[in-house]
Design a protein around this ligand. Structure first.
Ligand code: BES
Ligand code: ZN
Ligand code: ZN
Length: 531
C-alpha cells in the first residue's frame, strides 16, 4: 500500500462553479519518490445566477434594478406603472435615452416604488425587433448591471406580448452575456449578479421554457469553458475526464484508448495523434431517451492543431486550441439532453487528439486506412480534422443510426466564404438539412448550405490510395465535406463547419470574446425538431 504525501492541498471554490476543486500540488508516492498524477476534480461552469419567475407587479418588486425593455421612442408604454414612473421615464427619454438597440440608461427609481433603480434597455425600431435583438438586449442589460455592482435584477415582461416575442430570449441573452472566463486571472471579477427575477405569471409553460433555457445556456457555458481552456490544460485526457464527469444514470460515457482504437481499425484517427506525446482519447457517450435507432453526433476535438508536419504559420497559432470546439459542443449537447430528458436516443462521439509535428508524426505521402477499410493518402497533415471525423463516421455506422451529424472547425476556407456570420452546412438528406436550417434561423446560429456536386470527387482522386485528404485550394470548404460524404455513404448525414463561428473576435452583448459555444443551441433546437 503506497503512502501518499500531499505537500499542499488547496481547496478552492472557483467563481461560477458549484463544485469544489482540490488542487493537489506536488503529491508524491513516498515509497517510490515519484510524482503522482496531477488530480483535479473536474469542474464545469454552472450558472450561479438564480433565475426565477415571480408574480409581482413591477413597482412592488424588491430589487437593485428593474429592467424595462423599450423599443425606440416607446417609453410611454410603461405609463401604466404609475405617474411617478411615467414622469421619471419622460424626463429620461426626452434627452438621454432614445431606445436604440443595445442602448441602456440606469436611473434612480422614484421613491414610491420598491425597486431601487430602473434600467431602460433599448430594443431599437419596433418592427425590427427579433429574438436575436432580445438576446442581445438581455446580454447588454445583465452585463451592464453586473458592472454597475447590481446583484438582484428584475425584468419586466410587459412589452413581450406587444412584440409577439418570449421573455426567455432575453433571459438566454442575459446568461450568455454574463459569462466570463477568468480561471487564470489573479484578480477575478468580484461583481456578480446573484439573481434574475422574471416578472409574470409562472404558468407550467413558462416554467418549462425557463428550465429549458437554463439547461441550454449552462451547456453553452460549459462548452465555452472547455474551448477557452488552453491546450496545456485541455488535453485529450482532460477532455475525456470532463466527459466522464457527465456520467449519469441516463448518460453513459466510455473512453477508447489508443489500443482500443487500433483494434477498431481507426488508422486515420490514430495517424493524427502520432506526433504528440499526449495520448488520443476516443470518447463515446450514449443517452437513451427513446428506444428508436440513435442519432449519432460527432464533434471534432483536436485540442491543439499545429498542422503537424505541414506546420501552420505561427501568426494566430495560439487560437488553434479552439480546434476542439465541435467536440465541446457535443459534450454540451449530451449534458443538456440528459438533464432535460429529451425523448431521443443519442450517441455522442468526440474523437480527441493533438496534432503536433513530433518525430513519429505522420508525413505527407503516408497512406492510412480508416475503420471502413478505405485507404487515404495524406497530402497535407494539416487536413487532420477530416481524418478523425471520417473514422468517427465509420464508427458511427455500427449503431445503425437514423442520422449522423458532425460538427467541426474543419476548414479555414469556411471563414473565407462566410466570415463569422454563418456555419457552412452540407449533407445528403433534405429533411435533416432543412431542420438544421430552421434551427439556425431560430437560434441565430445560422447555417448556409453549400453544394456537394459529384464532380468534387475528381478533386480527391489519389494515384496510390482510394482517396486523398485534400483537393487543392479551390473549393476546399466543399471538398473537405465531400471527403466526409464518402464515409457517410447512404446514411442520412449533415456536416456543420464551424471554423468561422466558434471563436468570437468582435464581441456582441451575449457573446463575450473567446469561445462562442456555437452549435450547442443549434443542435439542441434541431434535434428537438427531429423527434
Ligand atoms: N483546424 C483547421 C481549420 C481552421 C482554420 C479552423 C482556421 C479554424 C480556423 C483545419 O484542420 C485545417 O488546418 N484545415 C486546412 C485544410 C487544408 C490543409 C486543405 C485549412 O483550412 O487550411
Ligand atoms: Zn489542421
Ligand atoms: Zn484542425
Amino acid at each position: 500500500m503506497p503512502n501518499y504525501l500531499f505537500l499542499s492541498i488547496r481547496p478552492e471554490k472557483k467563481p461560477g462553479c458549484d463544485a469544489l476543486i482540490f488542487h493537489c500540488h506536488s503529491s508524491m508516492d513516498i515509497s517510490t519518490g515519484n510524482e503522482l498524477e496531477y488530480e483535479e476534480q473536474v469542474c464545469y461552469w454552472k450558472s450561479r445566477v438564480n433565475i426565477h419567475i415571480e408574480n409581482v407587479m413591477e413597482i412592488d418588486c424588491v430589487c437593485d434594478a428593474l429592467v424595462l425593455p423599450v423599443t425606440e421612442g416607446d417609453a410611454k408604454l410603461y405609463d401604466s406603472l404609475g405617474p411617478s414612473v411615467a414622469k421619471a421615464l419622460r424626463k429620461a427619454s426626452s434627452k438621454e435615452f432614445g431606445g436604440k438597440r443595445n442602448e441602456v440608461l440606469l436611473i434612480p427609481a422614484p421613491e414610491d416604488i420598491r425597486p431601487e433603480r430602473i434600467l431602460l434597455a433599448g430594443l431599437g425600431e419596433k418592427r425590427k425587433v427579433s429574438a436575436e435583438v432580445m438576446r442581445q438586449a438581455g446580454g447588454k442589460a445583465a452585463a451592464y448591471l453586473r458592472d454597475m455592482g447590481m446583484k438582484k435584477i428584475a425584468v419586466s415582461t410587459f412589452v413581450f406580448p406587444h412584440l409577439d416575442l418570449l421573455p426567455m430570449d432575453f433571459v438566454e441573452g442575459s446568461v450568455l452575456g454574463l459569462y466570463t472566463y477568468d480561471r487564470y486571472k489573479g484578480e477575478r471579477k468580484k461583481k456578480k449578479v446573484s439573481s434574475i427575477i422574471i416578472l409574470g405569471r409562472p404558468t407550467d409553460e413558462v416554467e418549462a421554457d425557463l428550465a429549458w433555457t437554463k439547461t441550454m445556456t449552462s451547456a453553452v457555458c460549459f462548452a465555452r469553458d472547455l474551448v477557452n481552456t488552453p491546450s496545456n490544460d485541455m488535453t485529450p485526457s482532460q477532455l475525456a475526464k470532463e466527459a466522464l464527469s457527465l456520467k449519469r444514470k441516463n448518460l453513459s460515457v466510455k473512453v477508447l484508448e489508443r489500443k482500443d482504437a487500433l483494434r477498431t481499425g481507426m488508422g486515420a484517427y490514430l495517424s493524427v495523434a502520432r506526433g504528440s506525446g499526449e495520448p488520443p482519447k476516443f470518447i463515446v457517450l450514449e443517452y437513451e431517451g427513446s428506444s428508436e435507432a440513435p442519432v449519432v453526433l460527432i464533434g471534432k476535438a483536436i485540442t491543439f492543431d499545429s498542422g503537424g508536419i505541414s506546420l501552420k504559420p505561427s501568426e494566430g497559432l495560439e487560437k488553434m486550441k479552439y480546434d476542439m470546439a465541435g467536440g465541446a459542443a457535443i459534450l454540451g449537447v449530451m449534458k443538456a439532453a440528459s438533464e432535460s430528458k429529451l425523448p431521443l436516443h443519442l450517441i455522442g462521439i468526440v474523437p480527441a487528439a493533438e496534432n503536433l509535428p513530433g518525430g513519429s508524426a505522420s508525413k505527407p505521402g503516408d497512406v492510412v486506412r480508416t475503420a471502413c477499410g478505405t485507404s487515404v493518402e495524406i497530402i497535407n497533415t494539416d487536413a487532420e480534422g477530416r481524418l478523425v471525423v471520417a473514422d468517427s463516421i465509420c464508427y458511427a455506422r455500427r449503431f445503425k443510426p437514423r442520422a449522423v451529424i458532425d460538427i467541426a472547425t474543419l476548414t479555414g476556407a469556411c471563414s473565407v466564404a462566410l466570415g463569422n456570420e454563418a456555419i457552412a452546412m452540407m449533407g445528403n438528406d433534405r429533411e435533416l438539412l432543412d431542420a438544421f436550417r430552421r434551427a439556425g434561423e431560430s437560434t441565430y446560429e445560422r447555417v448556409w448550405e453549400m453544394p456537394l456536386y459529384e464532380e468534387y470527387g475528381e478533386y480527391l482522386k489519389s494515384d496510390i490510395a482510394d482517396i486523398r485528404n485534400v483537393g487543392g485550394r479551390s473549393g476546399s470548404l466543399v471538398t473537405a465535406a465531400f471527403f466526409l460524404s464518402q464515409f457517410a455513404g447512404e446514411v442520412p448525414w449533415v456536416h456543420l463547419d464551424i471554423a468561422g463561428t466558434a471563436w468570437v473576435e468582435k464581441e456582441k452583448p451575449h457573446m463575450p470574446k473567446g469561445a462562442s459555444g456555437v452549435g450547442v443551441r443549434l443542435l439542441l433546437t434541431g434535434l428537438k425538431e427531429l423527434r
